[in-house]
Structure formats: structure tokens, C-alpha cells
Design a protein around this ligand. Sequence first.
Ligand SMILES: *Cc1c(COP(=O)(O)O)cnc(C)c1O
Length: 457
Amino acid sequence: MLYKSTRSKVKNISFIQAVKMGLADDGGLLVPQYIPVVEENLSSLNFKELALYLMKMYIGDEIEENTLWRLIQKSYSSFDTEKIVPVVKKAGIYIAELFHGPTLAFKDIALQFLGNLFEYILQEEGKKMNILGATSGDTGSAAIEGIKGKKNMNIFILYPYGKVSPIQQKQMTTVKDKNVFCIAIKGSFDDCQYIVKKIFSDSEFKKKYMLGAVNSINWTRILAQIIYYFYAYFQISTEGSVYFSVPTGNFGNIFAGFIAKRMGLNIDKLILATNENDILSKFVNTGIYKKGKVVNTISPSMDIQIASNFERYLYYLFDEDGEKVRQLMDTFSKYGEIKIDKQRLQTVQVDFLSAKASETETIEEIRDFYRETGYILDPHTAVGVRVGRKLRDKEKPLICLATAHPAKFQKPVKESIGMFPPIPPSLQDIEKKKERFTVIDASIKKVKTFIEQHALR
Ligand SMILES: *Cc1c(COP(=O)(O)O)cnc(C)c1O
């Protein structure tokens, strides 16, 4: 499979080149040349087998099947359940638990694989790489877990200082491996993401320091996330169409659902659930994508205004017209707003429904769901469940993606149900561990200097 950019200037690059490039050299995002359609019945495959089958469709013979299988085995052996993504039924809805990886959030599913994939590529090519990424909480620790201790790689993670949950911060900053650098930025997550984007767009710097991305702009992230849409669907044994509800921030998770739908998976609607940061929800309902101010909520991994994967969706919405996407993105960076016409809005609404859950509604949902079922939702998952219940079609199965373990968000859970969620063993001793991070101003130049001083060369 070859890859191309959403802004049309980068074309015909290989899968491995696409993985290494992260953000495309023309400022766009990389997408496959075409979206393959699944024609076989895959319902009897387990998670890893399904991963092999689906990934092969996007990788082709660039990586030998045996090697790919080894990478998949290695990546998912760090999960605490054989099923990798178990699906449970509670209160008439299905919950796909995506939080059984080492950092207890759904990002492990892609980042455990990406870490191993990078290590393999670098070994093959005898090269080195410096990973650079921004996180609103979960990506950072998941990326660090995926890359810590790996050969020929350093990792630099920017996060908004004081704006991630204490456990999220500790999950990043207490990792001892020497190839890990945590950078606390005095600013918002959007600042962090902006700095990273700017540094990647300096192609000279990028080349000199062999920068690689792990943000959800990396196609591999999307690829690995497609698997659990199929897997969850097969676990609920239905032949009919289903609804998926997805707590959304950067549009990475739900974009994988969109691709799964295009690959032929029988998804009726994707429910895009947001917290108070509802730029995407407004887009689905009005056709206006307008930047606002970031509001801090109890679901911090969704406190995002500019969704980095949204451009990928626009690309498909505008029939793979890269020139048009470039114009739209230029308009957006100039005026902070994009507006689509009625017809296109209808196209959006064929695939998506959307609403937001306020802070109060989220707290209520955790409480009510617990009372009803004894099952504790984390605040992100609660946003998805709340909005999913509101917008679902009662005749059709609803699968809510559970994106984090509740133990990662002690305070809001306690506020909802009156007690702290039980802490799994992997988090128990994190409190006592020593932290290691560097605080830096929200300045591109200062971050660059830090990288220059600590990068592998
Ligand atoms: C990252 C994250 C999200 C948002 O996913 P996107 O791919 O950014 O839309 C939701 N919940 C949790 C727990 C996350 O870590």
C-alpha cells in the first residue's frame, strides 16, 4: 500500500516512509492511497489474528508476515487480559474496554505497537530517531511506555504543566529510562500541540534531529485503532448494524471508526461525544468548525479545540481533493473558522451524530451508571455513555468505547459515587516514585534548544 498527503504534495510513499514521516512534509496528514474493503468473514478471529489480517491490508508485503506477527504478539502481550479488548454488557449497552494496556488507557493499543514497529524499522535501517509528541494526558504515558528502554530512540513529550491529572503526570515522569524526557509546558495542550506541529514543519530541523511522531497524526495510530471496532462488533454477535459512541478529543479514535465503516464494517452511526470543548460537536450539528477557548474539564484528554486528525476527515468529506483541503486549512489558520455547505453537512450526518456532555451530566452519568450496574465509568467513558444513551437508536446495539480505567481519575469518580475507585496493582506504587521533568515556557525556540541538547545524533 502506498501513502499520500491530505494536501496533495506528498505522494506514492511507502508504509514505512509514512510511519517515519509522521506529519507529511507538505504540512498535511498521511492517508493510504485507497481504503481497502473487507470481503471475508473475520468474526472467528481473535484480537491478534484480526490485527494481523487488517494491518496486512495497509502494510502489504513491506513487512514480512512472520515479522508483523511477532510485532503484534510482542505489543499485546503487555495487556492484562487474553482478550485484549473485552466487551461487557451493562444496562443494555455494550462497553468495549480499551484500557487493559500498561497505562490503562486506549492509547496503549496503538502505541505499544508503534514502539515495536519503530524499533524494528530502525534496526533494519541502522538508524536513530528522536520521538517528539504532545499530550493532553494519556498519549504521553502511553507513548513513553511504548518507547522506554528501546534501542536507538529517545522520546520527548510535551504536556501542559499542571493540567493533566496527578496520576497521568506521575505515569510519565516516574519512568526511569534514560531515553525518556518529559517537558512540562507553561501553557495549554493546544500550545503544546502547536509547538510540536511547528517544530515538525521545520524540515531542516526535523531531518537533522531525525524526528519521529507518535501523536495521533501518525497513520499507525489510526491503523491499530481500526482493529477494535471490528473486534468489538464481532463480540456482540449481531448481523445487523450498530452504533458506536466515542468520547472524542483529537478525532483519532473516531476517525478509525470512520475508516472501519468505509472498510465495510456494519456501523450505522458513529456518535461523536465531546465534553464542554465541543467544537467537533458543533461541526457535526451545524457545519461550522470554529475555534474556541480550551475549557479544563474532568475529562482532560478531551480538552482540545483543534483536533489534529480532523483534516483527515475533511479530506474524505471533500472527495480526496488535496488542494481544497489545503485551502480550507489555510482559511482555518487565518480566520479560525471553516464552514461547509448544506449538502456536505448532510454527508457528515450520514456517518455521525453528535452532542456534548456538560460537567454535571458527566458526574451524573458516573453516579447513575454505578447505581444501576455497579460498574464504574471513568469521566471520558462517561461522556461517551451519556451522549450515546441520548442519541442511540433503541432498536440497535450501542457499543460505547471505554477509553480509560476509572482509577486514573480518582477525584471526579469520588465526587460522583462517594468513594475512590479501586486502584489496580500497576498504579499502586506510583505515588512513592521519584519524578523527573523539565519546565519550559510555551516557546518553540526554547523547546528546540532543549531537544538540541538531549537528542540522539
Ligand atoms: C485520548 C483520549 C480520548 C480522545 O481520543 P481522540 O483520539 O483524541 O479523539 C478520550 N479518552 C481518553 C481516556 C483518552 O486518553
